[in-house]
Design a protein around this ligand. Sequence first.
Ligand code: BGC
Length: 748
Amino acid sequence: MNYRLTVSLPAIILGLTGFAQTLPQLGKDPVIEVVAAMTLKEKAQAVTGVSVFLPGGKRPVPGAAGMTRPIPRLGIPAMILADGPAGVRISPQRPGHKGTFYCTAFPVATLLASTWDTGLLCRVGEAMGNEAREYGVDVILGPGMNIHRNPLCGRNFEYYSEDPFLSGKMAAAMVRGIQSQGVGASIKHFAANNTETDRKALNTIVNERTLREIYLEGFRIAVEESQPWTVMSSYNLINGVYAPESPELLTHILRDEWGFKGLVVSDWYGGRDPVAMMKAGNDLLMPGTPMQSRSVYQGVKKGNLDAVILDRNVERVLNVISQTPRFKGYEYSNKPDLASHAVLSRQAAGEGMVLLKNENQALPLPPRPVMIAVFGKASYEINTGGAGSGDVNEAYSISLVEGLNEVGYGLNPDLLRIYSDYLKNNPDKQLRSQHIRRLARLPEKPVSQDLIDRVAAGSDIAFITIGRTSGEYADRRVEGDFNLTPEETDLIQRVTEAFRKQGKKSVVILNIGGVIETASWKDLPDAILLAWQAGQETGRAIADVITGKVNPSGKLATTFPVRYEDVPSARNFPGILRGGATRKHPPGILSFVFPRRSQIIYEEGIYVGYRHYDTFRIPVSYEFGYGLSYTTFRYGEPMLSGTRLTDTLGISVEITNQGQKAGREVVQLYISAPEDRLDKPLSELKAFAKTRLLKPGESEILIFQLTHRSLASFDPESSAWIAEPGTYLVLLGASSSDIRQTAVFTLD
Ligand code: BGC
């Protein structure tokens, strides 16, 4: 036996090498031939990732979310996929390695959408894509673009807006930026994944028109305008079918209708039946388990899965792999330009902060020296982003007090000491993710009236920061999260009153990732700045706005309602358990580990966000599209390219800065459509544009384009998009209700 082996080994090696030379190689030979040369086992493994816990699962980029299995004999390398929407998520340290691998924490998506600046989103995407490429990552698992259906969704910070048009445009810009760097993006989570509670077993009941117009429309825009390399299917079921097992969603709509050419990847451990997923067009199962590969293998062997379908899916995976930097042999540096990306992160942060209130010219602050009394624990440990896969491991984060200190403001030393001690003495200060949870748990520090009065006497102005964080796996609660805690309300009341009594102003800073209640307390401070969770430069970016270095130009991409009960989906969130039991509280992270079968009915239909509040005349605290500036803008008479829309219609409007400070204006174009067969919301966003920085007195003409598509609604009866004939009203506004100019046109 031994003898025979020694004799035949060289022959075998020779044979193998000879054979290898004739084997098709990815990139050199047509993908079809590479697929044909694969064994069934290899194919089953190509469509299931290799888990970090399995042999061969060690990632070349530690901390990346997933990896596909390489097949060296066919020239197929691994593909590395890493989160996520606010920056690349990898481990900052590596065992046995001295260097660090930090990534830039950009502002969360709610802030990015509030910039209404597609050019900026594209630049942020470029920077993220560049970091991915330079760290050896091939695909970024973002942007997230689910609709803000309900303010309690724990992941709203990862998503853009309550409006599908704005979401789609933002996502498309981000994808273009990311992919310009030669790495892929993955728009997620497709689709109707607007709740975290029991997300893996939640059946979303939604009618076809609503699904099309509200929950799919943003994805359509992103697919058609930016061709993402990948789309990530969501965990939930839609009308009884798991999204990753739905041929209707993943093949008919995504590919046949929208022309998607890339690959569909599952969410992590998403879907139930690998064979059904393969058939539906969910090409890649991530992070991949041996059981899934076995099911696919057995599926073909037993005739439950057509080999042609598996080949098709493998082909799609290989097509994407063949575009990756890793496949192209790119030698990544592990040294992205973090310094310049930090500058961009700060700029984006300043552009997306929304000035909600500014009375008595409280902001910008007068030139220094100013002594600021800074209240609220989040002022000292700022929330830079949310938790879960949307978190980023950044090198540092700048708190509000650090930002204010850097620009030379005086900070009340008593408060500095008291809050620092309070945070320091909290026992579980460890990793950043724990830090996020700690901030969420830690109640607001009570401060005595005595102290407030003393501080008010010795300071010029008060800042009170209200912080929130949330994350993957759990939804938020109404009490103490959407609504302020009693301690927070008390703090705002007593501080604003004490300062007012002494003729001094106060400013509330909202360091939040999603919507909170503002109506009950917004009269108290002189100014309110919605700073969002603005990434690693949060404190500096707030200081930029406070000093007036940056004139705020952010506008809300999501409505702030008066009360939670006013939210159209309040009665239907986070769904009911099978059997009809209503949940008293969202079960939190347990629902991820042990999801219970449940159902959520999108009863409000297309009336989500401003479509609901405006149509049914429900007062809100701050409307969609709202945001103040330190200057004011005049809207000129709109000019239309015609009185009838034939193929397209052009609309232009001149915007003039009529105030004293340079600034930018976001102009929103809403359409109010005639109602015939289909009911219509009062108005819907159909275009928007942002001016460049206009000096006082300067003007810019903004141009908008409408097409038939802008006017169409989805008619479930004919299963088609239809634009009804009649007279359409164009509303040009500084927000959804602050309409400055109108015009009409007709559609025959
Ligand atoms: C999340 C995805 C994420 C994936 C990989 C999942 O739990 O839902 O958004 O991309 O994990 O980390």
